[in-house]
Design a binder for this molecule. Structure first.
Ligand code: SF4
Ligand code: SF4
Length: 314
């Protein structure tokens, strides 16, 4: 049985990826873990881990093309296309605009003469990268690892593309196929569809926020999504101490409570965290005795207790 843990957060760099790589590093010393970076529009877990992406695989979606000799210029395909990916020319011939096409196949179904055929186009890539143990534990074996070190699966949207969900789905699937014990998904920021796709099936999710009015606003939206998905939410407040007043403390607790979430950790702002970030080394590896490492260790321990106690299949 494999359990899935989500790491999600608001827009504007709340520290979601920093939480994901640090907790993943700690958990991988105890369990077989695969980390999936599903922030396809801004994947950066590999940078925070000082790793280079490896084992590229393209993510393709269906792209229709027209066999003009069979086209009777009826416009049915353009009329059914919701995304505006089919334009009728002055000569009343359909023209496909590939970047707007999401591969739904509706045009194929409505064409009365079967003049539309199936092709493919690449919308992004997935990668599978081994992240070695930096300290303790030693290198694990197999897809998921264990005993230190883990596999990182990354989804990256192709430059100029807008269709993020197929890339997130492909990366999640690739990661799930490798994860025997624990899959951790680091989602995109905010509450777009692809974030819900990334989080679906999670046993629980850490919602990372910061103690600012914008952080609070985004937290509320994320907690709503988690509630709708039926995913237990743990709130992690990052950069605690920056602009955090007693009133803000109260508001975060209140918002969490109103969505049946628990504030599990407050990570203080620390220059050491930023320095480790810049060097591409998680703080838990760079400074094992640091206060922030202690907070991540408690969090990792608690997460393991929960998923080991009540694992769920994806
Ligand atoms: S596959 Fe769907 S989105 Fe693409 S051109 Fe056809 S109808 Fe439009
Ligand atoms: S639906 Fe088929 S026949 Fe009609 S315009 Fe489109 S390609 Fe041509």
């Amino acid at each position: 049985m494999r359990a899935t843990i989500g790491v999600t957060g608001g827009k504007g760099g709340t520290g979601k990826s920093m939480v994901a790589v640090n907790v993943a590093t700690l958990i991988s010393r105890e369990a077989d873990l695969v980390l999936a970076d599903l922030d396809a529009e801004g994947a950066n877990d590999h940078i925070l881990l000082g790793a280079s992406l490896e084992n590229e695989e393209p993510v393709k979606i269906m792209l229709p093309f027209i066999r003009y000799k069979d086209c009777i210029k009826c416009s049915a395909c353009a009329n059914v296309c919701d995304t505006g990916a089919i334009m009728m020319t002055r000569e009343k011939l359909p023209m496909i605009l590939p970047r707007l096409c999401d591969g739904c196949r509706s045009c194929l179904f409505v064409c009365p003469t079967n003049a539309i055929l199936e092709g493919q186009r690449i919308v992004g890539y997935t990668y599978q990268t081994r992240v070695p143990a930096r300290d303790g534990g030693g290198e694990g074996e197999g897809g998921g690892g264990g005993g230190g070190g883990f596999t990182l699966v990354t989804g990256v949207l192709r430059e100029g593309e807008e269709h993020t969900p197929p890339v997130v789905i492909a990366a999640k699937r690739r990661a799930a196929n490798l994860a025997n014990d624990l899959l951790m998904v680091d989602t995109g920021a905010g509450t777009a569809n692809h974030v819900a796709i990334a989080l679906s099936g999670s046993r629980l999710a850490m919602a990372v926020t910061e103690p600012t009015p914008l952080g609070l606003h985004d937290l509320e939206l994320i907690l709503r999504v988690l509630e709708e998905l039926g995913v237990e939410a743990w709130v992690i407040v990052n950069r605690w101490g920056i602009g955090s007043s007693d009133a803000m403390v109260g508001r975060i607790e209140e918002v969490a409570r109103s969505h049946r979430a628990t504030v599990k950790a407050r990570i203080p702002y620390s220059r050491d965290v930023v320095d480790a970030y810049v060097k591409g080394v998680p703080i838990v590896s760079a400074m094992p005795d640091h206060e922030v490492t202690g907070i991540f260790s408690s969090l990792a321990r608690e997460l393991l207790e929960v998923v080991r106690g009540r694992p769920e299949a994806m």
